[in-house]
Design a protein around this ligand. Structure first.
Ligand SMILES: *[C@@H]1O[C@H](CO)[C@@H](O)[C@H](O)[C@H]1NC(C)=O
Ligand SMILES: *[C@@H]1O[C@H](CO)[C@@H](O)[C@H](O)[C@H]1NC(C)=O
Length: 270
């Protein structure tokens, strides 16, 4: 009896794999799958499951490109498939990118645009994705409402994305505990202590860990966004090719391609 057990297990596993691949390959047997307009489309995303309600957290003093880099990519995607955008802040007042503390604006420069949110944390619109930016915001001592909102909304999200030091804000919320994540290598020593239970990863241009995606510094968020689009939307690869061409961005497609880790002496963690 004993020797046959592993064989039976093997057979059962083989059957499951075979059945799974049959139902994937043949939409008629699967029944519920929507018809595909292009059976050769090379994105991995199934149209019906694609995230459509994309939220962006706007804390005071957020880094502009952390938001508008990924937003640019999603906006281009929104011309090819339906998406809704949510810009979330404490109130509907314009969000200042100027740091609250004068010490973070040493020369009293007036180089800080403001942005209008579309929703408040209290509105709590249903979201598929929430993007957390960093910037001076990540070092703010006044993040209470942002942290509460992240804690509240995290369980209902399909995907949670941090850009740059936005991982520090997320880490302070506790939602990265136990997850693999990365952050800006120039800010590694300041950010990683904000999440002692996070499995920090370096080198990494970005890291995917189930529903949690995190990028390294600022412009790495654009590469993360392109990879997200490639994986999660139908025809994703073709969309990435077309959009990256139209904005003339050379996409980094290898998540381990991170020269900044060595440049900033961040130890290899994986
Ligand atoms: C900073 O600049 C603003 C104008 O942008 C001015 O009103 C303010 O007095 C300046 N503050 C200091 C401390 O120089
Ligand atoms: C996929 O994307 C390419 C480039 O944008 C486009 O030419 C093609 O029509 C798309 N196919 C589908 C099925 O959306």
């Amino acid at each position: 009896m004993m020797p046959t057990l592993p064989g039976v297990k093997h057979l059962a596993k083989g059957l499951t794999v075979l059945l799974a691949s049959l139902s994937l390959a043949n939409p008629v047997t699967a029944g519920a799958l929507p018809p595909r307009s292009d059976s050769k489309s090379c994105g991995n995303g199934n149209e019906a499951d694609s995230p459509r309600r994309i939220g962006f957290l706007l804390p005071r003093a957020f880094d502009i490109i952390d938001i508008f880099g990924p937003l640019e990519v999603f906006q281009a995607l929104s011309r090819k498939t339906h998406l809704d955008m949510f810009l979330l802040a404490r109130t509907l007042e314009p969000v200042k990118t100027e740091p609250a503390s004068a010490s973070m604006n040493q020369f009293n420069s007036s180089f800080y645009p403001t942005f209008n949110p579309t929703h408040t944390f209290a509105d709590n619109p249903p979201l598929d994705v929430l993007v957390i930016p960093g910037g001076a915001a990540a070092r703010s001592p006044d993040l209470g409402p942002e942290i509460e909102y992240i804690k509240k909304v995290f369980p209902s999200l399909k995907y949670f994305i941090t850009i740059c030091t936005g991982a520090g804000i997320a880490a302070q919320s506790g939602v990265l505990d136990g997850h693999r994540a990365t952050t800006n290598k120039a800010a590694w020593n300041t950010m990683t202590p904000m999440g002692p239970k996070v499995k920090w990863v370096s080198p990494a241009r970005w890291v995917e860990d189930g529903k949690v995606w995190s990028s390294s510094g600022v412009t790495a968020g654009i590469d993360l966004a392109f990879e997200f689009v490639r994986q999660k939307y139908e025809n994703g690869s073709a969309i990435v090719e077309s959009v990256s061409g139209s904005i003339e961005h050379t996409v980094i497609t290898d998540w381990r391609d991170d020269p900044w880790a060595a440049k900033f002496n961040v130890p290899v963690t994986n």
